[in-house]
Design a protein around this ligand. Structure first.
Ligand SMILES: *[C@@H]1O[C@H](CO)[C@@H](O)[C@H](O)[C@H]1NC(C)=O
Length: 394
């Protein structure tokens, strides 16, 4: 009878090699091993890897686990069912998996059969621990996370620039431009909206439900309008009339405690005003249009300040002052009638000459108002093209 059991054991062994695959991130793996251990007297089970020294991975005796010969690599990572020897389920539970756990595990049972000590190799289990995330993917992940952190830090650092910079570009001479500023802030919380420019000038102030023109800088008097659209109450965009130069504008929203709720930046780029004409033409116009109904006491002055400073045309006390203009421009300049009423401050320059080439500026100013515009004038000489050609030939 007992001899028969041994025979069965041997057959059993040859059929029990198995393979198990797990990922390194799995919480544990069970290496299967079944044997009716109660057939033996004083049985014990040893799980081992023969290519390790010491080779013992786990040992169970009738009194309990016996781990004094256990390989340090498996310390604290192995367990078997408490009633393993009674039930015959000798599976090994291995946790905290490493790639180096891959290999061949042998389940061996020892005991006495008919008074003789036997050692039976029950099964070999081929364990393969695979990487869920290969190292290159981990490296990629680390780079990705680093990238996100760095850009996040940059974003915080340059917040005011990144957050909401609008770029608006217009041609010189447009009637108006809209500087966008839209808020998601709950409007009843908004006590004040302040538009400022890059020179710290107050462009427009809206406080307690109305515009405050008296605090505006005179550069912007009469040139601004805050769009009030009942359908879009959060729209705090500013309409700037007759923009003449590039600048940076900020829209700042305050609550009643004067704390900033929101700030937006708008970069306005106004293209240079360039006028080109050929010498010999009857006249050329240097354009400057602004809002109508300028104050009666406003003074208008066109000057050429590059390559040298010359007064081109002066208008004050509602009349031209030819006595104050540079002799180069004598009898050659003309401005429109009713210029303060219409806001058309364009200058007509008759018989333009090559030497008129330069940078011109028109300023209109009074106690409350100041506007200016710069015009680049290029007067090409009549023979300029021919001169160029002969120069190349020579
Ligand atoms: C294996 O051991 C781990 C850790 O002790 C435990 O969480 C897990 O439930 C065990 N698995 C089995 C099937 O007993």
């Amino acid at each position: 009878m007992k001899m028969f059991v041994v025979f069965v054991i041997l057959v059993h062994v040859s059929q029990h090699a198995s393979a198990v695959e797990v990922y390194d991130c799995d919480p544990f793996v069970l290496l299967p091993c079944d044997f009716p251990a109660d057939e033996l007297a004083n049985p014990s089970v040893v799980w081992s890897r023969y290519n390790l020294n010491p080779s013992t991975v786990h040992q169970r005796q009738q009194e309990g686990d016996e781990l004094k010969d256990q390989n340090q690599l498996y310390s604290g990572r192995t367990s078997m069912k408490t009633d393993a020897l009674e039930t015959g389920d000798l599976s090994l539970n291995l946790t905290k998996l490493h790639l180096s756990d891959s290999g061949s595990y042998t389940c061996t049972i020892r005991g006495f059969i008919m008074g003789r000590q036997r050692e039976l190799r029950v099964t070999d289990v081929q364990l393969q621990v695979k990487e869920r995330f290969p190292s290159w993917a981990k490296a990629l992940l680390v780079l990705l996370v680093l990238g996100l952190l760095v850009s996040g830090a940059l974003l915080v650092y340059f917040r005011q620039y990144f957050m909401s910079v609008f770029q608006v570009e217009v041609d010189s001479g447009v009637e108006s431009v809209q500087l966008p500023c839209k808020t998601t802030v709950h409007l009843p919380k908004v006590a004040k909206v302040e538009w400022g420019d890059g020179d710290n000038k107050k462009v427009h102030v809206y406080q307690n439900g109305s515009d405050q023109p008296e605090v505006q800088d005179r550069d912007y008097r009469g040139r601004t309008e805050m769009k009030r659209n009942l359908l879009e109450p959060g729209d705090l965009s500013l309409i700037l009339k007759y923009p003449t130069d590039s600048n940076t504008y900020t829209c700042t929203v305050y609550n009643r405690e004067e704390h900033i709720l929101m700030e937006k930046l708008v970069v306005l780029n106004v293209k240079d005003c360039q006028v080109e004409v050929k010498e010999g033409e009857e006249s050329v116009q240097l354009p400057f249009r602004t809002t109508p109904d300028l104050p009666e006491d406003a003074k208008v002055m066109w000057v050429c300040y590059k390559p040298s400073y010359r007064t081109v045309h002066l208008y004050e006390n509602r009349s031209d002052r030819p006595d104050k203009q540079h002799q180069d421009y004598k009898d050659r300049t003309e401005m429109k009638k009713d210029l303060l009423k219409t806001g058309d401050l364009s200058l007509t320059l008759k018989h333009p000459k090559e030497t008129d080439t330069g940078t011109y500026r028109c300023r209109v100013f009074s106690k409350d108002v100041r506007r200016e515009k710069i015009v680049e004038l290029k007067v090409k000489g009549q023979y300029e093209a021919e001169v160029g050609v002969s120069h190349i030939r020579a």
